[in-house]
Design a protein. Structure first.
Length: 335
C-alpha cells in the first residue's frame, strides 16, 4: 500500500513508519523536518507545515495514497482541512483521537456532573457534552465528527490512551523520588486504587498500522490501550522494579496528606477503556510487555536527562516537598 503519514516523527510515529516500511509498504512522511533522524531511511520525506497541507496537493496526488494517517488533527478545523485536501485522492483516512472524548473524562475532572460512568468504556460509551480541560485547541470529539461523517472519504478513528515510551518523561514524576533516594512514596489512598488506561508507544503504533492496512477498519472507531489496566499503585510498582528501587509505597486518607499530594480529581471515576473490538476485528495484541516497556522507557530517560529548567517546566518543584511528606509519615506512625 501507499501510505502517507502527517506528522509521525515523535514517540509513536517512528514505530508506525518503521513497521509499515518493514512490511513493504510505500511510506511517505509529511513533517516539518525537525526530527527526521528518528525515522527509517526507507521512508520518503516531505517537509511542510500541517496547517498548510493544501499547498502540497499536487505532490500528494503524485503519491496517490491508499491511506492517510493523520497524527496531528487536534481540532474540527484540522479535520476539515484534512478531508478537503484528500477527498477524491486518498482511499481512506485514519486519525489519532483520544480516550478523553468520553464523558468519564469530564466526570473525572468535574466538567460533567453526575455519577461515575461504569468502566471499562466501550466505543459506544457516552461522550463528553462539554469541552475538556484542554480547551478548544485540543478537541478530538470534533475531529471524529468530521472524519467519520464524510460520505466521500471513508475514515477511521483510534481513541488512544496516555502513551509512554522512549521520548516521553511520563514515569519521571515517581522516578525522581526514587532517584532522590526517598525510602517511601506516599499516596492518596483513592489514587492508589485508581485505574487509568495507558499504552506503550510501540504497541499503540502497531494498532495504528493495523487500522491503516485493514479495510475492515473503514468507518470504525477503536479504543486502544495496553491490558491489563494497572492501578496507580501497580504503575508505581512497575517503575520501581525497572528502576531497582526497593522503598515502600504507602497510602493514607487525603485528610492526612500534605496539600501537594491531595488529588483534586474525582478518583471514583476510573478511566479505563474496553479494547476488545480492535483485538477481535483487527487482531491487535501488545508486542512489548509492560516490564520490558518500562525498562526501555527508563533507559531512555537515563540517557536523556532533563536539564534543570526543563525539569522545572514539566514537573512543579512544589510537588516534591519531602519535608512535608516526612512529617505526614511521622504523624501517621504516631497514631
Amino acid at each position: 500500500m501507499r501510505i502517507l503519514i502527517l506528522g509521525g516523527t515523535r514517540l509513536t510515529g517512528p514505530h508506525v513508519v518503521h513497521e509499515l516500511a518493514q512490511a513493504g509498504h510505500e511510506v511517505t512522511v509529511f513533517h516539518r523536518g525537525q526530527t527526521e533522524a528518528a525515522l527509517t531511511s526507507s521512508a520518503r520525506h516531505m517537509h511542510g507545515d500541517r496547517g498548510e497541507i493544501q499547498r502540497f496537493v499536487a505532490e500528494f496526488k503524485r503519491i496517490s495514497p491508499d491511506a492517510v494517517i493523520d497524527m496531528l488533527a487536534f481540532t474540527g478545523q484540522d479535520a476539515e482541512l484534512l478531508m478537503q485536501t484528500f477527498k477524491g485522492m486518498a482511499g481512506r483516512v485514519v486519525v489519532a483521537s483520544s480516550i478523553d472524548v468520553y464523558r468519564a473524562f469530564g466526570r473525572l475532572h468535574g466538567t460533567e456532573l453526575g455519577a461515575p460512568d461504569p468502566v471499562p468504556l466501550t466505543e459506544e460509551a457516552p461522550l463528553r457534552s462539554k469541552l475538556s480541560v484542554q480547551g478548544e485547541a485540543y478537541e478530538k470529539r470534533w475531529v471524529e465528527e468530521v472524519v467519520l461523517n464524510d460520505p466521500d472519504l471513508p475514515g477511521t478513528a483510534l481513541r488512544l490512551p496516555a502513551i509512554y515510551g522512549p521520548g516521553d518523561y511520563r514515569p519521571y514524576y515517581y522516578l525522581k523520588r526514587m532517584s532522590d533516594g526517598r525510602p517511601f512514596i506516599l499516596l492518596d489512598e483513592r489514587l492508589a486504587r485508581w485505574q487509568f488506561s495507558r499504552g506503550y508507544a510501540e504497541n499503540v503504533a502497531h494498532a495504528i498500522v493495523l487500522a491503516a492496512i485493514n479495510p475492515r477498519a473503514t468507518g470504525r472507531i477503536y479504543n486502544v490501550a495496553d491490558e491489563p489496566t494497572l492501578t496507580q499503585i501497580e504503575w508505581i510498582e512497575l517503575i520501581a522494579r525497572a528502576a531497582g528501587w526497593d522503598g515502600e509505597i504507602l497510602t493514607a486518607p487525603r485528610s492526612r496528606l500534605p496539600d501537594h499530594l491531595v488529588r483534586k480529581e474525582n478518583l471514583e471515576q476510573h478511566w479505563v477503556v474496553d479494547t476488545s473490538r480492535i483485538r477481535e476485528e483487527l487482531g491487535f495484541a501488545e508486542r512489548i510487555d509492560a516490564a520490558e516497556a518500562m525498562r526501555r522507557t527508563l533507559d531512555w530517560i537515563q540517557m536523556n536527562p532533563l536539564d534543570p529548567d526543563e525539569e522545572q517546566r514539566l514537573f512543579d518543584p512544589q510537588e516534591y516537598n519531602y519535608p512535608a511528606e516526612d512529617e505526614a509519615l511521622r504523624n501517621l506512625e504516631e497514631d
